[in-house]
Design a protein around this ligand. Structure first.
Ligand code: F6P
Length: 304
């Protein structure tokens, strides 16, 4: 009988629970024993591992976050820590680990694979910056949350004739920013992938004001600029009210929208089907609306 572990790692994303649900349903149908690793790689090291019993009712698919909880654990780069973690898995006779997370979690799996432990990775992050997939689990839910926030801020921007700078998550990836700027009809967006010229921005804002457009939203990806300083600078240059909003963690939480529930479930279920067929050390993705898989080591090596 196969025995697997499931672990969620890095920033939680809406739909991680749906992926766990897909894994559990398909695993139980196929008589696979499942252990939950609680608190990500940290929990793996600390032996926070418990069997998930088949008949225990776990209400998962519509709940945000991850019921297995998550963590960031830099210490996993340390070989001794990894050996202890693998030892914990072996004691429970777990032969494969399914990891749901972003690129950092994929690197974690690479470490385990190097030590001879087999893993399957699923892309779970709002940032949509994971290799081998068009979309990551949680991205579209976060996008909905952000667009809703932009719409609300627009009401105030219109009522007060002001400029708003809205900082959006994504770490070093502009996907969430550009998509929400389009859907939220933002006048400007600043993303890490495109060089940003502040003089051009001031010029373009002045043009808009001259045209009588007096509510302006600038969407910006986090980690590019200090938006307080940016707002002060714009205010000084154009003598117009500039307000800032950091959307922060509200972008990560909340009920997953149907797309993320279905995507998570499909990927989770598929990972078990592949495992039964003997595949391992792979990452799952969606390309052109088809669920696919790739050799994870080859794919990570392309980007590192
Ligand atoms: O990766 C998801 C994410 O929410 C990023 O958008 C953000 O930069 C980061 O996590 C925040 O990380 P933490 O939860 O460690 O503060």
């Amino acid at each position: 009988m196969k025995i697997i572990g499931i672990l969620t790692s890095g920033g939680d994303s809406p739909g991680m629970n749906a992926a766990i649900n897909g894994i559990l349903k398909t695993a139980f149908i196929n008589k696979i024993k499942v252990f939950g690793i609680y608190n990500g790689f940290k929990g793996l090291y600390k032996n926070n591992i418990k069997e998930i019993i088949k008949n225990k009712k776990i209400n998962l698919i519509n709940i945000g976050g991850t019921f297995l909880r998550s963590s960031r654990f830099k210490e996993f780069e340390n070989k001794n820590i990894r050996i202890k973690a693998i030892d914990n898995l072996k004691k429970k006779k777990i032969d494969s680990l399914i990891i749901i997370g972003g690129n950092g979690s994929y690197i974690g799996s690479k470490y385990l694979i190097k030590e001879g432990f087999s893993c399957i990775c699923l892309p779970g992050t709002i940032d949509n910056d994971v290799i081998c997939t068009d979309y990551s689990i949680g991205y579209f839910t976060a996008l909905e949350t952000i667009v809703e926030a932009i719409d609300r801020i627009r009401d105030t921007a219109c009522s007060h004739k002001s400029i708003f700078i809205i900082e959006i998550m994504g770490r070093y990836c502009g996907n969430l920013t550009i998509a929400s700027a389009i859907a939220g009809k933002c006048e400007f967006f600043i993303i890490p992938e495109i060089n940003f010229n502040i003089k051009n921005l001031i010029y373009e804002i002045k043009l808009k004001l001259l045209k009588g457009i007096n509510n302006i939203i600038i969407a910006i990806t986090e980690n590019i600029y200090n938006i307080k300083k940016l707002s002060k600078y714009i205010r000084k240059k154009i003598k117009f009210e500039v307000k800032t909003v950091v959307l922060g963690y509200i972008q990560r939480g909340g009920k997953p929208i149907s797309y993320d529930r279905i995507l998570g479930f499909r990927m989770g279920s598929y990972s078990i089907k592949l495992l039964i067929k003997g595949y391992n050390n792979i990452c799952i993705g969606i390309k052109n609306n088809k669920i696919i898989f790739k050799n994870i080591i080859k794919e990570i090596n392309k980007i590192t």
